[in-house]
Design a protein around this ligand. Sequence first.
Ligand SMILES: *[C@@H]1O[C@H](CO)[C@@H](O)[C@H](O)[C@H]1NC(C)=O
Ligand SMILES: *[C@@H]1O[C@H](CO)[C@@H](O)[C@H](O)[C@H]1NC(C)=O
Ligand SMILES: *[C@@H]1O[C@H](CO)[C@@H](O)[C@H](O)[C@H]1NC(C)=O
Length: 152
Amino acid sequence: MNALYRLLFIVSFLSITDALWCPDGYTPLPGQNVDNVCVTSNARAMNFYDAEKGCASVGATLAQIWNLYDNSYLYALMKKDLNSTAPYIGVVNSGNGTWMYPGGRPLYYENWNPGYPKADDNCAIMDPETAKWNSTSCIDKQPSFCSFFGTG
Ligand SMILES: *[C@@H]1O[C@H](CO)[C@@H](O)[C@H](O)[C@H]1NC(C)=O
Ligand SMILES: *[C@@H]1O[C@H](CO)[C@@H](O)[C@H](O)[C@H]1NC(C)=O
Ligand SMILES: *[C@@H]1O[C@H](CO)[C@@H](O)[C@H](O)[C@H]1NC(C)=O
């Protein structure tokens, strides 16, 4: 019983801490253990450029995925918030075939579907079937995930 109370205390402390890390409408990416990343989904279908502007308007970028845990979390969020419609993620072609996070950091983690990325594409979406990434033209209208580095 004592142990149960202790567990309940820890669980409620964690959820309070989470609420402090990210503003309303955002949740912390549980895969993060160095930088705290807050994410949100935008169900409105837009081309990449408008999706990017939507994220920038709240101080975020298209969502940066740093590891398998981030990817799994976003996959679950896609099912929950986006009715399993492929969203734009923060993975862009730098122009010479190098894929990067928004802002130009090299990718730390990659999860492409077989056959991707394709040379003619400059943007990326998460495939609802596999949770893997497909490169795509930036003009397709898709929902999106935004993220930013929170405090904590
Ligand atoms: C979710 O997607 C399915 C399959 O595409 C569709 O039949 C359903 O109407 C959608 N639901 C909502 C709430 O948009
Ligand atoms: C082109 O790719 C190389 C890595 O292969 C990278 O170091 C360089 O910054 C890239 N140039 C541009 C303009 O993105
Ligand atoms: C992603 O690519 C795979 C393999 O070509 C394809 O089966 C899937 O339908 C694509 N997903 C989207 C959302 O385009």
